[in-house]
Design a protein around this ligand. Structure first.
Ligand code: F6P
Length: 320
Protein backbone atom coordinates (compact mmCIF):
# COMPACT_ATOMS: atom_id res chain seq x y z
CA UNK A 1 0.00 0.00 0.00
CA UNK A 2 1.44 3.36 -1.06
CA UNK A 3 -1.48 5.77 -0.93
CA UNK A 4 -4.41 5.64 1.41
CA UNK A 5 -7.72 7.51 1.47
CA UNK A 6 -9.75 8.42 4.52
CA UNK A 7 -13.46 9.19 4.67
CA UNK A 8 -16.21 9.75 7.23
CA UNK A 9 -19.65 8.32 6.55
CA UNK A 10 -23.10 8.34 8.19
CA UNK A 11 -23.90 10.63 11.14
CA UNK A 12 -20.96 12.74 12.27
CA UNK A 13 -19.55 12.23 15.76
CA UNK A 14 -17.23 14.30 17.98
CA UNK A 15 -13.76 12.79 17.82
CA UNK A 16 -13.90 11.96 14.11
CA UNK A 17 -11.38 14.74 13.47
CA UNK A 18 -9.01 13.29 16.05
CA UNK A 19 -9.27 9.95 14.21
CA UNK A 20 -8.67 11.55 10.79
CA UNK A 21 -5.68 13.42 12.18
CA UNK A 22 -4.20 10.22 13.60
CA UNK A 23 -4.74 8.33 10.32
CA UNK A 24 -3.08 11.10 8.31
CA UNK A 25 -0.09 11.63 10.58
CA UNK A 26 0.57 7.94 11.25
CA UNK A 27 0.40 7.14 7.54
CA UNK A 28 2.75 10.00 6.66
CA UNK A 29 5.16 8.82 9.33
CA UNK A 30 5.17 5.40 7.70
CA UNK A 31 6.00 6.95 4.33
CA UNK A 32 2.50 6.65 2.83
CA UNK A 33 0.64 9.32 0.88
CA UNK A 34 -2.82 10.33 2.14
CA UNK A 35 -5.89 11.59 0.31
CA UNK A 36 -9.04 12.89 1.93
CA UNK A 37 -12.28 11.64 0.40
CA UNK A 38 -14.93 14.29 1.03
CA UNK A 39 -18.59 13.59 1.91
CA UNK A 40 -18.25 9.85 2.49
CA UNK A 41 -19.04 7.35 -0.25
CA UNK A 42 -21.11 10.00 -2.07
CA UNK A 43 -17.98 12.15 -2.43
CA UNK A 44 -15.98 9.12 -3.54
CA UNK A 45 -18.42 8.54 -6.41
CA UNK A 46 -18.19 12.24 -7.29
CA UNK A 47 -14.36 12.06 -7.11
CA UNK A 48 -14.19 14.70 -4.41
CA UNK A 49 -10.67 13.71 -3.46
CA UNK A 50 -8.01 16.02 -2.05
CA UNK A 51 -4.36 15.56 -1.10
CA UNK A 52 -3.68 15.70 2.63
CA UNK A 53 -0.52 16.35 4.58
CA UNK A 54 0.32 16.89 8.24
CA UNK A 55 -0.76 20.52 8.06
CA UNK A 56 -4.22 19.63 6.64
CA UNK A 57 -5.12 18.22 10.04
CA UNK A 58 -3.51 20.92 12.20
CA UNK A 59 -5.90 22.57 14.68
CA UNK A 60 -8.53 19.88 14.34
CA UNK A 61 -8.19 17.62 17.40
CA UNK A 62 -10.44 19.88 19.47
CA UNK A 63 -13.06 20.40 16.78
CA UNK A 64 -16.45 18.65 16.68
CA UNK A 65 -17.99 17.39 13.43
CA UNK A 66 -15.81 16.13 10.60
CA UNK A 67 -13.50 18.24 8.46
CA UNK A 68 -14.10 15.77 5.61
CA UNK A 69 -17.89 16.29 5.79
CA UNK A 70 -20.16 13.29 5.74
CA UNK A 71 -23.15 11.87 3.91
CA UNK A 72 -25.37 8.84 3.67
CA UNK A 73 -25.14 7.35 0.18
CA UNK A 74 -27.73 4.98 -1.32
CA UNK A 75 -25.85 4.56 -4.59
CA UNK A 76 -22.94 2.95 -2.77
CA UNK A 77 -25.29 0.24 -1.51
CA UNK A 78 -25.59 -1.07 -5.09
CA UNK A 79 -23.05 -3.37 -6.72
CA UNK A 80 -22.61 -0.86 -9.54
CA UNK A 81 -21.86 1.96 -7.09
CA UNK A 82 -19.35 -0.19 -5.21
CA UNK A 83 -17.53 -1.18 -8.42
CA UNK A 84 -17.42 2.44 -9.49
CA UNK A 85 -16.02 3.38 -6.06
CA UNK A 86 -13.22 0.82 -6.38
CA UNK A 87 -12.44 2.02 -9.92
CA UNK A 88 -12.25 5.64 -8.75
CA UNK A 89 -9.88 4.62 -5.94
CA UNK A 90 -7.62 2.90 -8.49
CA UNK A 91 -7.78 5.90 -10.83
CA UNK A 92 -6.53 8.12 -7.99
CA UNK A 93 -3.85 5.64 -6.96
CA UNK A 94 -5.63 4.88 -3.68
CA UNK A 95 -4.95 1.28 -2.64
CA UNK A 96 -6.15 1.50 0.96
CA UNK A 97 -9.08 3.29 2.63
CA UNK A 98 -9.97 4.06 6.23
CA UNK A 99 -13.74 4.34 6.68
CA UNK A 100 -14.94 6.07 9.86
CA UNK A 101 -18.63 5.41 10.49
CA UNK A 102 -21.20 2.88 11.65
CA UNK A 103 -22.40 -0.56 10.56
CA UNK A 104 -23.81 0.71 7.24
CA UNK A 105 -20.45 2.26 6.41
CA UNK A 106 -18.66 -0.99 7.28
CA UNK A 107 -20.82 -2.97 4.86
CA UNK A 108 -19.55 -0.61 2.14
CA UNK A 109 -15.99 -1.04 3.43
CA UNK A 110 -16.34 -4.83 3.20
CA UNK A 111 -17.45 -4.51 -0.44
CA UNK A 112 -14.52 -2.23 -1.32
CA UNK A 113 -12.19 -4.74 0.27
CA UNK A 114 -13.67 -7.58 -1.78
CA UNK A 115 -13.05 -5.45 -4.88
CA UNK A 116 -9.34 -5.24 -4.10
CA UNK A 117 -9.08 -1.97 -2.16
CA UNK A 118 -7.60 -2.64 1.27
CA UNK A 119 -10.10 -1.25 3.75
CA UNK A 120 -10.18 -0.67 7.52
CA UNK A 121 -13.22 0.53 9.48
CA UNK A 122 -13.23 2.71 12.58
CA UNK A 123 -16.37 2.81 14.77
CA UNK A 124 -17.63 6.39 14.67
CA UNK A 125 -21.12 6.98 16.03
CA UNK A 126 -22.64 8.61 19.09
CA UNK A 127 -25.07 5.69 19.41
CA UNK A 128 -22.60 3.03 20.70
CA UNK A 129 -24.58 0.54 18.62
CA UNK A 130 -21.67 -1.35 17.04
CA UNK A 131 -21.61 -4.90 18.38
CA UNK A 132 -17.89 -5.67 18.17
CA UNK A 133 -16.78 -2.77 20.37
CA UNK A 134 -17.40 -1.43 23.88
CA UNK A 135 -16.51 2.08 22.70
CA UNK A 136 -17.46 4.14 19.66
CA UNK A 137 -15.95 7.50 18.71
CA UNK A 138 -18.33 10.27 19.84
CA UNK A 139 -20.40 8.42 22.43
CA UNK A 140 -18.55 9.90 25.39
CA UNK A 141 -18.97 13.48 24.19
CA UNK A 142 -22.62 12.96 23.23
CA UNK A 143 -23.54 11.38 26.53
CA UNK A 144 -21.82 14.20 28.44
CA UNK A 145 -23.64 16.82 26.35
CA UNK A 146 -26.96 15.08 26.96
CA UNK A 147 -26.22 14.74 30.68
CA UNK A 148 -25.56 18.46 31.03
CA UNK A 149 -28.72 19.33 29.10
CA UNK A 150 -30.79 17.00 31.29
CA UNK A 151 -29.35 18.62 34.47
CA UNK A 152 -30.67 21.93 33.18
CA UNK A 153 -34.12 20.57 32.40
CA UNK A 154 -34.15 19.05 35.89
CA UNK A 155 -33.65 22.49 37.49
CA UNK A 156 -36.73 23.93 35.88
CA UNK A 157 -38.69 20.70 36.28
CA UNK A 158 -38.09 20.78 40.05
CA UNK A 159 -38.93 24.48 40.33
CA UNK A 160 -42.28 23.90 38.65
CA UNK A 161 -42.81 20.52 40.34
CA UNK A 162 -43.34 18.93 36.95
CA UNK A 163 -42.82 15.65 35.24
CA UNK A 164 -40.32 15.86 32.36
CA UNK A 165 -39.90 13.42 29.52
CA UNK A 166 -36.51 13.98 27.95
CA UNK A 167 -35.78 12.28 24.66
CA UNK A 168 -32.20 11.43 23.78
CA UNK A 169 -30.71 10.11 20.52
CA UNK A 170 -29.46 6.61 19.86
CA UNK A 171 -31.39 5.47 16.81
CA UNK A 172 -32.71 1.99 17.74
CA UNK A 173 -30.33 1.59 20.70
CA UNK A 174 -30.74 2.74 24.30
CA UNK A 175 -27.11 3.28 25.34
CA UNK A 176 -27.28 7.08 25.57
CA UNK A 177 -30.58 6.81 27.44
CA UNK A 178 -29.24 4.27 29.93
CA UNK A 179 -26.02 6.17 30.66
CA UNK A 180 -27.89 9.46 31.09
CA UNK A 181 -30.53 7.73 33.17
CA UNK A 182 -27.88 6.69 35.68
CA UNK A 183 -25.82 9.89 35.47
CA UNK A 184 -28.85 12.14 35.87
CA UNK A 185 -30.62 10.02 38.46
CA UNK A 186 -33.74 9.73 36.31
CA UNK A 187 -36.82 8.27 37.92
CA UNK A 188 -37.53 6.17 34.84
CA UNK A 189 -35.53 5.15 31.78
CA UNK A 190 -37.29 3.91 28.67
CA UNK A 191 -35.06 1.76 26.49
CA UNK A 192 -36.07 0.25 23.16
CA UNK A 193 -34.38 -2.98 24.32
CA UNK A 194 -36.53 -3.24 27.46
CA UNK A 195 -39.62 -0.99 27.43
CA UNK A 196 -42.87 -2.93 27.20
CA UNK A 197 -45.09 0.10 26.52
CA UNK A 198 -46.77 -0.06 29.95
CA UNK A 199 -47.65 3.61 30.43
CA UNK A 200 -49.96 2.82 33.35
CA UNK A 201 -46.91 1.63 35.29
CA UNK A 202 -45.23 5.01 34.70
CA UNK A 203 -48.39 6.88 35.69
CA UNK A 204 -48.67 4.91 38.96
CA UNK A 205 -45.01 5.60 39.76
CA UNK A 206 -45.37 9.32 39.11
CA UNK A 207 -48.38 9.52 41.43
CA UNK A 208 -46.68 7.44 44.16
CA UNK A 209 -43.50 9.51 43.96
CA UNK A 210 -45.47 12.72 44.25
CA UNK A 211 -47.18 11.36 47.38
CA UNK A 212 -43.74 10.54 48.81
CA UNK A 213 -42.77 14.20 48.36
CA UNK A 214 -40.67 14.04 45.17
CA UNK A 215 -40.67 17.40 43.44
CA UNK A 216 -40.05 16.20 39.93
CA UNK A 217 -40.19 13.05 37.89
CA UNK A 218 -37.60 12.73 35.15
CA UNK A 219 -38.21 10.15 32.45
CA UNK A 220 -35.40 9.61 29.96
CA UNK A 221 -36.93 8.32 26.77
CA UNK A 222 -34.80 6.84 24.00
CA UNK A 223 -35.34 8.03 20.43
CA UNK A 224 -35.98 4.40 19.47
CA UNK A 225 -39.25 4.61 21.45
CA UNK A 226 -39.99 8.25 20.58
CA UNK A 227 -43.45 9.87 20.80
CA UNK A 228 -42.35 11.92 23.82
CA UNK A 229 -44.77 14.78 23.15
CA UNK A 230 -47.89 12.60 22.93
CA UNK A 231 -46.67 10.56 25.91
CA UNK A 232 -46.38 13.80 27.92
CA UNK A 233 -49.94 14.76 27.02
CA UNK A 234 -51.33 11.39 28.12
CA UNK A 235 -49.32 11.38 31.36
CA UNK A 236 -50.45 14.90 32.27
CA UNK A 237 -54.08 13.94 31.63
CA UNK A 238 -53.81 10.78 33.73
CA UNK A 239 -51.80 12.20 36.67
CA UNK A 240 -52.96 15.80 36.79
CA UNK A 241 -49.27 16.73 37.08
CA UNK A 242 -47.92 19.22 34.54
CA UNK A 243 -45.75 17.26 32.10
CA UNK A 244 -43.40 18.56 29.42
CA UNK A 245 -41.45 16.82 26.68
CA UNK A 246 -37.95 17.95 25.72
CA UNK A 247 -36.29 16.44 22.67
CA UNK A 248 -32.60 17.24 22.98
CA UNK A 249 -31.86 16.55 19.31
CA UNK A 250 -28.75 17.32 17.29
CA UNK A 251 -26.99 19.29 20.01
CA UNK A 252 -25.90 15.79 21.12
CA UNK A 253 -23.88 15.31 17.93
CA UNK A 254 -21.89 18.53 18.12
CA UNK A 255 -19.32 20.19 20.30
CA UNK A 256 -15.72 19.79 21.20
CA UNK A 257 -14.82 16.14 21.89
CA UNK A 258 -14.10 15.01 25.44
CA UNK A 259 -10.61 13.90 26.45
CA UNK A 260 -11.64 10.25 26.17
CA UNK A 261 -12.99 10.69 22.64
CA UNK A 262 -9.82 12.52 21.54
CA UNK A 263 -7.49 9.92 23.02
CA UNK A 264 -9.38 6.77 21.96
CA UNK A 265 -10.06 8.16 18.47
CA UNK A 266 -6.36 9.00 18.12
CA UNK A 267 -5.32 5.48 19.14
CA UNK A 268 -7.87 3.91 16.78
CA UNK A 269 -6.86 6.18 13.90
CA UNK A 270 -3.20 5.32 14.36
CA UNK A 271 -4.04 1.62 14.49
CA UNK A 272 -6.07 1.81 11.27
CA UNK A 273 -3.17 3.40 9.40
CA UNK A 274 -0.76 0.83 10.81
CA UNK A 275 -3.00 -2.06 9.72
CA UNK A 276 -3.08 -0.69 6.16
CA UNK A 277 0.68 -0.23 6.22
CA UNK A 278 1.04 -3.88 7.26
CA UNK A 279 -1.03 -4.86 4.22
CA UNK A 280 -4.14 -5.83 6.21
CA UNK A 281 -7.66 -5.37 4.84
CA UNK A 282 -11.31 -6.00 5.70
CA UNK A 283 -10.78 -5.26 9.41
CA UNK A 284 -12.60 -3.11 11.97
CA UNK A 285 -10.69 -1.56 14.84
CA UNK A 286 -12.51 -2.05 18.14
CA UNK A 287 -12.08 -1.59 21.87
CA UNK A 288 -13.03 -4.67 23.81
CA UNK A 289 -12.29 -5.88 27.31
CA UNK A 290 -9.98 -2.92 27.90
CA UNK A 291 -7.86 -3.47 24.77
CA UNK A 292 -7.71 -2.08 21.25
CA UNK A 293 -8.20 -4.99 18.87
CA UNK A 294 -9.37 -5.62 15.31
CA UNK A 295 -11.92 -7.96 13.74
CA UNK A 296 -12.79 -9.24 10.31
CA UNK A 297 -15.57 -6.98 8.97
CA UNK A 298 -18.09 -9.78 8.25
CA UNK A 299 -17.40 -11.40 11.62
CA UNK A 300 -17.92 -8.03 13.33
CA UNK A 301 -21.16 -7.34 11.45
CA UNK A 302 -22.52 -10.74 12.53
CA UNK A 303 -21.88 -10.03 16.21
CA UNK A 304 -24.72 -8.91 18.47
CA UNK A 305 -24.72 -7.02 21.74
CA UNK A 306 -27.29 -5.84 24.24
CA UNK A 307 -27.32 -3.18 26.89
CA UNK A 308 -25.80 -4.32 30.16
CA UNK A 309 -28.41 -5.98 32.39
CA UNK A 310 -26.29 -5.10 35.43
CA UNK A 311 -26.27 -1.42 34.46
CA UNK A 312 -30.02 -1.46 33.84
CA UNK A 313 -30.73 -3.11 37.20
CA UNK A 314 -28.52 -0.59 39.01
CA UNK A 315 -30.27 2.29 37.29
CA UNK A 316 -33.59 1.08 38.73
CA UNK A 317 -32.21 0.31 42.18
CA UNK A 318 -30.69 3.75 42.69
CA UNK A 319 -33.87 5.76 42.18
CA UNK A 320 -36.02 3.93 44.69
O1 F6P B 1 -26.49 7.81 14.32
C1 F6P B 1 -26.42 9.05 14.93
C2 F6P B 1 -27.78 9.72 14.99
O2 F6P B 1 -27.63 10.97 15.59
C3 F6P B 1 -28.86 8.90 15.67
O3 F6P B 1 -28.79 8.97 17.08
C4 F6P B 1 -30.10 9.47 15.08
O4 F6P B 1 -31.12 8.50 15.03
C5 F6P B 1 -29.68 9.85 13.68
O5 F6P B 1 -28.27 9.91 13.68
C6 F6P B 1 -30.24 11.14 13.19
O6 F6P B 1 -29.87 11.31 11.86
P1 F6P B 1 -30.08 12.66 11.05
O7 F6P B 1 -29.07 13.65 11.52
O8 F6P B 1 -29.85 12.25 9.64
O9 F6P B 1 -31.47 13.13 11.33
Amino acid sequence: VKTIGVLTSGGDAPGMNAAIRAVVRTAINKGLKVKGIMRGYAGLLQEEIVDMDSVSVADTINRGGTILYTARCEEFQTEEGQKMGAEICRKHGIDGVVVIGGDGSFRGAGKLSALGINTIGLPGTIDLDIACTDYTIGFDTAVNTAMEAIDKVRDTSTSHERCSIIEVMGRRAGYIALWCGIANGAEDILLPERYDGNEQYLINRIIENRKRGKKHHIIINAEGIGHSTSMARRIEAATGIETRATIIGHIQRGGTPTCKDRVYASIMGAKAAELLWEGKSNRIVAYRGGRFVDYDIQEALNMTKDISEEQFEISKLLVR
